[in-house]
Design a binder for this molecule. Structure first.
Ligand SMILES: [Ca+2]
Length: 353
């Protein structure tokens, strides 16, 4: 083979690889910058006790009903509950490995975000799909849900582009495909309240139900969506410049909020999120994608007052005991910590701030 043929073959191969990587790329990435704020570490999350260890396959979210029974949904499709006497019960099984947010309703049911099927009602008489489509499109990634006093269900759709098994692509792409939605139980209709959210994640109601808070993971902030009459539909920033990506959010008994904060991008790998070309290359491999997200390295939860000020934070800076903590729920002076990297719920006693 002469030099010219050899160069032609090399050129054609490079072109074919470039075509594969860039033109057929599953993502159309944006640059993602690191958070600019940080909070001093206190390692408090290393002091948790482990509830239900061995029983709970990555319990992402937690809810407590009005009788004090605690519920979680896990990767193996189980809704498992903890009775007041300390006994665990595998309560209901759903054929899904992508159950996320849960909330207990006033009527005594549980509403679950099934990222595959949509919004589900789970009760003593079985499982009902409340919403699987919105505006004719399948709900791909229902993430978190809360019920208001009038029975409406407000829920987030993390992204309209990627299904949960491809969520590493959503991280790499870092675009705003998320939505805040409302399910009206009387009309059984679902409407979109907010669009173009940067991975719509946790949803919570304020103590007086004047507004909702919805978290945008890739923007390191949470928005306030007003429900009360004179401001209905208006949006403003509730808290921004967070030290990481907010996941689930829960109202605390004192009217503040607990927010789980993810390390979206490990500091040492920030360069990956500054280069579209590198993102295209990494998007070809889910293993590489997992490597460039920071979720598994540490854990943090923060307490944010109703005025948007961070008042407390607890973390596990090395992920020694807990990492990828996705939710923090306060109940009877303890924090219950959901996560996507263990087989237990963390339980931490709270002291006066
Ligand atoms: Ca979530």
């Amino acid at each position: 083979m002469d030099m010219r043929t050899c160069s032609a073959i090399l050129f054609a191969s490079a072109l074919a690889i470039a075509f594969q990587v860039f033109v057929l790329s599953p993502i159309s990435p944006d640059i993602l910058l690191l958070p600019t704020s940080s909070i001093p570490s206190n390692s408090k999350l290393q002091e948790v006790s482990k509830l239900g260890e061995g029983l709970l396959n990555k319990p992402e979210a937690i809810a407590v009903d009005k009788t004090g029974v605690l519920y979680t949904a896990t990767r193996d499709g189980w809704i498992t509950r903890l009775h007041r006497n300390g006994s665990w019960e595998k309560w209901r099984h759903i054929d899904s490995d992508n159950l996320f947010g849960v909330t207990a309703t006033a009527a005594g049911d549980l509403v679950v975000c099934d990222a595959e099927k949509g919004l589900l009602k789970v009760g003593e008489d079985g499982v009902t799909v409340l919403a699987s489509h919105v505006n004719g499109a399948k709900i791909l990634f229902a993430d978190d849900v809360i019920e208001s006093a009038d029975g409406s269900l407000y829920f987030s759709i993390a992204t309209t582009k990627f299904e949960p098994h491809n969520w590493h692509l959503a991280v790499l792409e870092a675009k705003s495909h998320g939505q805040l939605a409302k399910y009206d139980p009387s009309s059984r209709e679902t409407t979109i309240l907010l669009d173009n959210l940067a991975f719509a994640n946790g949803v919570a109601l304020s103590a007086d139900q004047d507004y909702l808070v919805v978290c945008e993971t890739w923007k390191y902030r949470c928005l306030k969506y007003w429900l009360k009459e004179e401001k209905r539909g208006q949006t403003e920033v509730f808290v921004d410049n967070l030290p990481g990506g907010p996941d689930n959010i829960n109202l605390a008994p004192d009217g503040s909020f607990w927010i789980a904060v993810l390390e979206v991008v490990p500091k040492r790998l920030a360069f990956v999120h500054r280069s579209r070309a590198i993102k295209h290359i990494i998007a070809r491999s889910s293993k590489l994608s997992r490597w460039v997200t920071g979720f598994y390295n540490k854990a943090m939860v923060i307490n944010v007052a109703s005025d948007g000020k961070i008042t407390r934070s607890f973390d596990d800076p090395t992920g020694k005991v807990m990492s990828f903590v996705t939710s923090a729920l306060e109940f009877e002076n303890h924090l219950y910590l959901g996560n996507l990297n263990s087989d237990f719920i963390g339980k931490l006693q709270l002291t006066t701030p």
